[in-house]
Design a protein around this ligand. Structure first.
Ligand SMILES: [Zn+2]
Length: 184
């Protein structure tokens, strides 16, 4: 269960409407305008075909087949569930449930790299594999499917794990590049 930061327990509920909110249907309607460009600038947010991005990070779209075509939702960067609306909370967008995340989780997700790391841990937790994780070999590591887990769920989690591992290794390479440029 979520633990709230000291003194903030009375602030976490009912204030969500005051936070700035983004609507996936709005971005969906703008998608055709990207045309041949790589992305579309919408204020501080860049809209790509598969995701939106700003300096804080990336939010993926989840596409759901619908009677006439498809619906486009956001995938909450914290819980991976689909939502039409995400809310600005602290320093990132999250679903209305994750906006009430406990203090520790928020502290763990300050930068893009930290966010990936946090998600990797979360996924490994679900796979019961957090003890066997090896950082050096991260990109090649595929935890076994827990016996109680559905095949479909397992495949989805592994896909997400690899995506986060990629983001994280890009983040590490970026840090390496920064360090190298300082030395040379
Ligand atoms: Zn969420």
């Amino acid at each position: 269960m979520a633990r709230y930061g000291k003194g903030s327990h009375n602030k976490t509920h009912g204030r969500i409407e005051k936070h700035s909110r983004i609507d996936s249907f709005f971005f969906r309607n703008l998608l055709p305008m990207i045309g041949s460009k790589e992305f579309l600038k919408c204020g501080k947010i860049n809209l790509y075909r598969e995701y939106i991005e700003n300096e804080n990070g990336t939010i993926l779209f989840a596409r759901v087949p619908h009677e006439f075509g498809e619906r486009v939702y956001f995938e909450c960067p914290y819980c991976y569930h689909r939502f039409r609306y995400l809310y600005w909370h602290d320093d990132w967008y999250k679903c209305r449930f994750c906006a009430k995340l406990n203090y520790r989780s928020q502290q763990e997700t300050k930068s893009n790299g930290d966010l990936s790391l946090y998600r990797i841990f979360k996924i490994l937790e679900k796979l019961n594999a957090e003890d066997t994780y090896c950082w050096i070999d991260s990109a090649h590591y595929i935890p076994e499917r827990p016996r109680y887990m559905h095949e479909k769920t397992y495949i989805r989690l592994i896909r997400k794990l690899h995506r986060e591992q990629e983001i994280y290794s890009l983040h590490l390479m970026g840090m390496l590049r920064d360090v190298t440029s300082l030395i040379s």
